[in-house]
Unconditional design. Structure first.
Length: 418
């Protein structure tokens, strides 16, 4: 079996891996790098690909897939139903915002999703010479790890976490005998804070601001994080108004339609009945008219309704902006944290409001990555990807030292035989 890394090697973004066995070739993810303009993974000829296996909907894993459906022979796409539905939301918005830079449009996106076979966890299927199995990754609802079985077995984690959140139980780690492992390295250099304490701190901070008459803006990713924040607030008895805006509303609808992918569906359902859905400009004015929490994309303040609210809140000392995820360097969210400044409508504003970061994550931290690798005792080849260069190299070095397995932080276009 051969593995070739077309993207996601020593970088976070444009994940893309080709696995070849006999006359069969499958593509694991095909994402984009979201900088000032989209950056794509290495080229692959669609006619030479038998299937595209999508771990989850986030654009760094899905954003280039419509390129494979422009013309000619088009491979079948495999994903969970929830991944298919949420990829529809994210890809549509991506095309709307970045269409000038893209070689595809809504027609190609629709063709890809129309050719999608919906897969559920632990239900093996075949693609010519390969047997494939999707296993719960715990990252966002519908996310999957992928087992690819030929004469050897390769496990690909995609984005995963074994940490239980208020919405998901965490990844299924019972993968059986695996010869090679392709593992994300996003947080290979960093331990995550204890989850329960982080949740309590977040809710207490929200209560403090709202009880003092302020608004809390929570910029959150529309797929996964926004809905998790709803669950956290409800679980800890937050009684004040909670508003939901932007694409997070549509994602919540999808989550409520299929309880198979939400481990704590009962909590999400109860939380959803208490929130207030923002519709239109009048709704946004209403959300700002009384103390409460407003949850909306974009999670790094790169766009979306969050910028509208930030413009109103940033100069109010009684209000707050609470960032609930990692902020990539160079993004508006990172600038706000580091410099307490934010560009809004071409004007730089200095924050007078409270600004804090709560590092919730759907990725495994350093300790979870180490435990996961140790758990796969049979894996003798490890590939550390989906992380900054230092993180990938550090995880590979630790793996060789602690387990004796042959570990590599591959570079783009590098290929290996298993």
């Amino acid at each position: 079996m051969e593995v070739k890394f077309l993207g996601g090697a020593r970088e976070v973004g444009r994940s893309a891996i080709v696995v070849s066995y006999k006359d069969t070739r499958v593509l694991l993810d095909y994402g984009v790098m979201l900088n000032d303009h989209p950056e794509f993974p290495g080229h692959v000829e669609p006619r030479k690909i038998d299937a595209v296996l999508l771990t989850h909907a986030h654009l760094d894993h899905s954003g280039s897939i419509p390129m494979l459906y422009i013309s000619g022979r088009k491979p079948r796409l495999y994903a969970t139903r929830m991944t298919k539905d949420t990829a529809d939301i994210l890809l549509s918005d991506f095309i709307k915002l970045s269409g000038y830079y893209l070689p595809f449009g809504h027609e190609e996106m629709r063709e890809a999703l129309n050719r999608c076979t919906e897969i559920y966890y632990r239900e093996p299927f075949t693609v010519k010479d390969l047997e494939i199995e999707f296993i719960d990754a715990g990252h966002i609802p519908g996310s999957a790890q992928i087992l690819v079985k030929g004469d050897k077995t390769i496990a690909y984690t995609g984005d995963f976490t074994t940490i239980r959140s208020k919405m998901l139980d965490g990844a299924d780690t019972s993968l059986g005998d695996v010869d090679a492992l392709i593992i994300e390295s996003t947080y290979a250099l960093e331990e995550h804070p204890e989850r329960t304490e982080l949740e309590r701190s977040f809710v207490e901070a929200c209560k403090e601001v709202v009880e003092n008459g302020g608004n809390v803006l929570v910029p959150a990713f529309s797929v996964g994080r926004a809905q998790e924040v709803l669950c956290i607030l409800h679980a800890y008895g937050f009684k004040q108004p909670v508003w939901l805006d932007g694409m997070a509303r549509k994602t919540l609808e999808k989550y409520l339609e299929d309880n198979r992918f939400i481990d704590n569906y009962h909590l999400l359902k109860k939380a959803s009945k208490r929130i207030r859905i923002v519709t239109g400009k009048r709704g946004r004015r209403a959300a700002l008219s009384e103390p409460g929490v407003i949850i909306t994309p974009a999670g790094m303040l790169k766009g979306g309704p969050a910028l509208f609210y930030a413009n109103k809140i940033i100069e109010d000392p009684s209000s707050a902006i609470f960032l609930v995820s990692f902020q990539l360097p160079g993004t508006p969210g990172a600038q706000l944290l580091e410099e307490r400044k934010l560009q809004v409508n071409g004007e730089e504003k200095t924050a007078k409001c409270r600004v804090e970061q709560f590092r919730f994550s759907g990725h495994a931290g350093k300790r979870q990555l180490h435990e996961y690798i140790r758990n796969l005792e049979t894996a003798r080849r490890i590939f550390a990807i989906h992380g900054e260069e230092q993180a990938c190299q550090e995880l590979a070095t630790w793996t060789e030292r602690e387990t004796g397995a042959e570990a590599t932080a591959p570079t783009p276009q590098q290929a290996f035989t298993i």
